[in-house]
Design a protein around this ligand. Structure first.
Ligand SMILES: Cc1cc2nc3c(=O)[nH]c(=O)nc-3n(C[C@H](O)[C@H](O)[C@H](O)COP(=O)(O)OP(=O)(O)OC[C@H]3O[C@@H](n4cnc5c(N)ncnc54)[C@H](O)[C@@H]3O)c2cc1C
Length: 533
């Protein structure tokens, strides 16, 4: 059996950052197990996300259980399955969230997680190309390169003017002091290339002799001696191997897979484990509970044919031109994130901070994700801090069987109200006079869908998620929490979790940045502990 100081399961946003930091000082041996492949051809090219979102070569391609609240549809739950994890297939939008998010985590009893506590980590991890460092809020010199979208487009200018007209002024840095307003998106793209954790954290670390990265290695079960986790059993091809950890095992499998691996190992709700014939090693009620995600209606408008939409610019000969431009300059359609313009807004008087995020995409596409022939704009919006809670539990004791994902979306009145109001707000922006020369017809949901009931019905029939599941091994000290404030699993030794699953609440925005921050902070906790030992 191979022995390491640390074993990390999952090389995604958090796991990639953690592996880099734990192996950095050369004092510790680290094994990083990744179930997926080492890379995929489409991953480095930003627009490649459209080709990876349902591609089993680099994606777990999970589906949620059909629920009546979502018209019995099985919502897609894509998750990255390669080095870099979901950071290697995501939409490349970079949002930290609000200070309020992290202050809420601290208020819930998690010492060390207020915004003042996590800000140094957010700064350390990034290199903000628009000038990080000087303001005390943004970072310079960190591994993760972040930059504002350089693309220019009359549509973006019209949207910014429309925002002004409805009381949403342009915000130069929504990851700075205040999130509110209309913004050019900040992206994890540099020189036209995706900045995944595989690229930013693992590539510089891969030649370290103390870091062993194994791809195609599916962790099937944790190995325990009493209540101490001492290793991992994993499958690589036809071989089943075991690796031992002197110090600790850290789960970074993400919000779907980390609770699954705990349950497969006998840790979780006894009724769930017994139903699948798994012996209870350690009862922990919160495993798999507390699931939240951003439920995201996708609205659609046609646009006047003036070249503002990529439907015209990226088809036929236009696509060939865009490919050439990308090859020569690293710019153009192929180098864009999923949405180049964002809005953060408050749906109600009296809110201190925005409760809704809107993504403006200068293209429309069909159910096969092919661009429409006519010019158009897709607008994806969501309530940022939903209250509805779902769950993820194993379906079977077979590690290869996907777990059962139940979102329980729209089960909370605040979520229903905010989602409806977000749609009204989006219409207000797009219908402002500044958009008159560009706006065509609203075709999703369509101008005949107006009452709250009609809007909610459309949401139930069409909305998907924004692919931000969190909370299934939440951090805290109440009966439903799974890890403590230093990410140690309650009641066990030698086992931590660092990924989206530990978030006690959803952050106000896209989740990749927060996950990398969690991986970075976990490395601090572990290295501080190792230094003190
Ligand atoms: C299609 C899509 C678009 C998104 N768009 C954005 C966006 O634009 N901006 C943004 O900020 N966020 C976005 N997100 C969300 C964001 O990328 C994720 O929240 C974040 O990457 C999750 O990080 P993680 O570390 O929790 O898990 P992941 O990054 O998913 O990593 C988990 C890793 O563990 C591996 N693994 C799992 N189980 C095992 C096992 N048993 N053995 C070995 N390895 C295992 C997986 O293969 C994976 O590589 C998007 C996500 C998706 C899927």
């Amino acid at each position: 059996m191979q022995t390491y100081d640390f074993i990390i399961v999952g090389a995604g946003s958090a796991g990639g950052a953690l592996a880099h930091r734990l192996s950095e000082n050369g004092k510790h041996s680290v094994l990083l197990l990744e179930a997926g492949r080492s890379s995929h051809l489409y991953s480095p090219v930003p627009v490649g996300f459209a080709k990876l979102i349902d591609n089993p070569a680099a994606n777990w391609c999970y589906e949620a259980e059909p629920e009546s609240a979502m018209a019995d549809r099985a919502l897609p739950v894509p998750r990255g399955k390669l080095l870099g994890g979901s950071s290697s297939i995501n939409g490349l939008v970079f949002v930290r969230g609000q200070a309020l998010d992290y202050d809420t985590w601290a208020q819930l009893g998690n010492r060390g997680w207020s915004y003042a506590d996590v800000l140094p980590t957010f700064r350390r991890m990034e290199h903000y190309e628009q000038g990080g460092g000087a303001d005390g809020l943004r970072g310079a010199g960190g591994p993760l390169r972040v930059r504002e979208v350089p693309d220019q487009n009359p549509l973006y200018d019209a949207l910014f003017s429309a925002g002004e007209q409805v009381g949403l002024p342009r915000n130069a840095d929504y990851n700075g002091a205040d999130q509110t307003g209309m913004c050019k998106t900040q992206t994890t793209i540099s020189k036209g290339r995706r900045m995944s954790t595989a690229h930013c954290y693992l590539r510089p670390a891969r030649r370290r002799t103390n870091l062993n990265i194994q791809s195609g290695a599916l962790a099937e079960r944790l190995i325990f001696e009493g209540k101490r986790c001492v290793g991992v059993r994993y499958r690589q091809g036809d071989a089943v191997n075991e690796a031992r950890a002197h110090n600790e095992v850290v789960l970074c499998g993400g919000a779907v897979n980390s609770p699954q691996l705990l349950e497969l190992s006998g840790i979780g709700r006894p009724d769930v484990l017994k139903a699948h014939g798994i012996e209870v090693l350690h009862a922990l009620e919160g495993v798999g509970e507390g699931l939240r995600d951003h439920l995201s209606p996708r609205m659609g408008w046609t646009l006047q044919p003036k070249g503002a939409s990529f439907n015209e610019r990226a088809r036929g000969l236009g696509l060939a031109r865009e490919m050439l431009r990308y090859a020569v300059t690293g710019e153009g359609f192929l180098s864009l994130p999923s949405a180049p313009v964002l809005a953060f807004l408050k749906t109600r008087e009296g809110l201190e901070t925005p409760d809704v995020q809107v993504h403006f995409m200068p293209y429309t596409y069909n159910s096969k994700r092919k661009l429409h022939a006519l010019p158009g704009m897709t607008v994806v919006l969501y309530q940022m801090r939903p209250e509805s809670l779902g769950s993820i539990h194993i379906h079977s004791s077979n590690p290869q069987t996907p777990p059962s994902i139940r979102f329980n979306f729209l089960s909370n009145e605040l979520d229903r109200r905010t989602t409806i109001d977000a749609i009204h707000w989006t219409r207000k922006i797009v219908n402002a006079s500044a958009m008159d020369g560009l706006r065509g017809k609203e075709f999703k949901p369509g101008t005949d869908v107006t009452s709250d009931d009609e809007i909610l019905d459309w949401v139930r029939r069409t909305a998907e998620t924004a692919y931000h599941p969190v909370g299934t091994c939440k951090m805290g000290s109440d009966a439903n929490s799974v890890v403590d404030e230093r990410l140690r699993v309650h009641g066990l030794d030698g086992l931590r979790i660092a990924d989206a699953s530990i978030m006690p609440t959803l952050v106000s925005g896209n989740t990749n940045g927060a996950c990398i921050m969690i991986g970075e902070r976990c490395s601090d906790f572990i290295l501080e502990g190792a230094a003190a030992a």
